[in-house]
Design a protein around this ligand. Structure first.
Ligand code: IPE
Ligand code: IPE
Ligand code: MG
Length: 240
């Protein structure tokens, strides 16, 4: 694939779905699908850097995933913890700035500390921006933005007046305010829905759905998604 930088999505968001079905179809426990899913995530991070994408946002655990059986939840949390522990040094050597979006106060203290440590340590890296959405929901994001805005009202709302509030003012309080909105959303695993991912930020994102289960999603599949993205005509409401 030729890589014309103009047609490379700057921000790619991914709903990494299908781990459980990947495992079940092999008569394996769902947990082995999650383990294999981590390998896919690492290879997709590497490929994204190589292709020239700047921001990659991975949906790892939704605010609704607490409704899963407790063993699966603790398995996912442990896997996230172990992976982050192992990969912090690589984030540094690769120049990756790491973020987490979502309400991390629901996680155990050690994981919160580890996340905060990784975020602080990588804060000055500028080569690539990796964000993991953990205990994230689009509804939560909008609500926390409203709360922050109201708390900030003395500095902001009273001064500006709520009649003058505009979209950019609101954007400042969202959890990804520092990043451009995603250009491309990839969802693996066959479902054609957003599942409460970045609902505000996906307003004009190109949506790419594939039946491939996340553990089977390869760097070549990422290139195919980018190839498809290149064929899109993004009009943003205009006539071209
Ligand atoms: C995605 O795979 C990973 C998480 C939601 C944590 P699933 O676990 O949803 O896999 P399926 O959709 O059941 O196959
Ligand atoms: C979306 O997948 C969340 C993540 C990939 C983390 P789900 O498997 O939770 O989504 P639904 O339940 O099929 O909509
Ligand atoms: Mg799923």
């Amino acid at each position: 694939m030729s890589t014309n930088n103009l047609s490379i999505p700057k921000h790619v968001a991914v709903v990494m779905d299908g781990n459980g079905r990947w495992a079940s179809s092999r008569f394996l426990p769902r947990s082995s699908g999650h383990v294999k899913g981590i390998k896919s995530a690492i290879s997709i991070i590497n490929k994204s850097i190589q292709l020239g994408t700047k921001y990659l946002t991975l949906f790892a655990f939704s605010s609704e995933n607490w409704n899963r059986p407790p063993e699966e939840i603790s398995n996912l949390i442990n896997l996230f913890t172990r992976t982050l522990e192992k990969q912090v040094d690589r984030l540094m050597t690769e120049g990756i700035c790491f973020h987490v979006i979502g309400d991390i106060t629901a996680f155990n203290y050690d994981l919160q500390e580890l996340i905060n440590y990784a975020v602080r340590k990588t804060a000055d890296n500028k080569r690539f921006y990796l964000t993991v959405a953990a205990n994230y929901g689009g509804h939560w994001d909008i609500l926390q933005a409203i709360k922050l805005m109201l708390i900030d009202k003395e500095n902001f709302l009273f001064e500006r007046g709520c009649h003058n509030l505009n979209i950019n003012d609101f954007n400042r309080y969202l959890s990804m305010s520092w990043a451009p909105d995603p250009d491309l959303l990839i969802r693996t695993g066959g479902e054609k829905r957003i599942s409460n991912f970045l609902i505000w930020q996906l307003a004009y994102t190109e949506l790419y759905f594939t039946d491939i289960y996340w553990p089977d999603f390869t760097p070549l599949d990422l290139e195919k998604a980018f190839e498809w993205y290149r064929t899109r005509e993004r009009r943003f409401g205009k006539i071209i």
